[in-house]
Design a binder for this molecule. Structure first.
Ligand SMILES: Nc1ncnc2c1ncn2[C@@H]1O[C@H](COP(=O)(O)OP(=O)(O)OP(=O)(O)O)[C@@H](O)[C@H]1O
Length: 237
């Protein structure tokens, strides 16, 4: 018994286990029309994975499936070992942080600070701890000077950083980011790259949907091409 346990542990150490595993996944918004067509794929925390491909290919749809926002019409998605069909959105949120293409969709509160702390307060985390974590997030994302500002009046880059701060305060194990560089100037894009690289180094899994070639080339270790709801290429660098 003891031997078989050790064997299993050793096996798990040498074989990298996928954090998100898709098996024969299909999905359509309307009946009989699959947008995602039988995709099987495993994503690893150790990778920095980029999803590319032409407009309308299905990247955003796939991202929402992997984040548990949509459930597959057919096939299964395991998120950290649990079928996404059995996971409520709140439970997925503890494991996966999802940045929408339009960060305004993630603004909930009347001030920047309240927006960042929204989810922790909702979960009933103790006030002193919430304040400390918010401080840390505002420093990392250079939002301290905007703490009392109404989020809708922020610039695109600031909204992007605010959305990321609100996601990362929950310490998810894996991040899925949909077009995170849209509307960012070169300087802000560089800052975002450094933050994501650092998070990846600290063990946070990364999947980025992007058309931004330079950004992808700079960060990713694996590039997956999605065309017409299919994976047409899957390359490691
Ligand atoms: N809510 C929806 N209802 C119906 N069809 C949708 C919906 N959202 C997306 N689609 C369709 O699904 C297909 C894939 O769209 P999706 O946004 O996933 O592609 P994408 O690869 O992310 O595109 P882009 O690069 O333009 O963001 C498109 O044909 C789109 O029109």
């Amino acid at each position: 018994m003891e031997n078989s346990k050790n064997l299993k542990e050793a096996y798990n150490e040498v074989i990298l286990l996928g954090f998100i595993k898709l098996s024969n996944v299909c999905f359509g918004y309307k009946d009989n029309q699959d947008i995602i067509k039988n995709i099987s794929l495993e994503l690893f925390k150790e990778d920095f994975t980029a999803f590319t491909g032409p407009n309308g290919g299905g990247k955003t749809t796939l991202g929402k499936l992997m984040a548990g926002i949509f459930k597959p019409s057919r096939g299964d998605i395991l998120i950290d070992g649990t079928n996404s069909k059995d996971l409520k959105l709140g439970a997925v949120g503890k494991k996966i942080g999802y940045l929408f293409q339009n960060p305004e969709r993630q603004i909930f509160a009347p001030t920047v600070e309240e927006d960042i702390t929204f989810s922790l307060i909702f979960k009933g985390v103790e006030k002193q701890q919430v304040t400390m974590k918010a401080q840390e997030m505002m420093e990392i994302f250079q939002l301290s000077h905007l703490r009392n500002q109404f989020p809708f009046t922020l610039s695109q880059g600031e909204k992007q950083r605010l959305a990321l701060a609100g996601i990362l305060i929950n310490e998810p194990s894996f991040l899925i980011l949909d077009e995170p560089t849209t509307g960012l100037d070169i300087e802000r894009k560089g800052q975002l790259s450094s933050i994501l690289k650092e998070l990846s180094k600290r063990g946070v899994g990364m999947a980025v949907i992007s058309h931004d070639d330079e950004f992808i080339q700079n960060l990713s270790t694996r590039i997956i091409d999605i065309v017409g709801g299919n994976v047409i290429a899957d390359k490691r660098k």
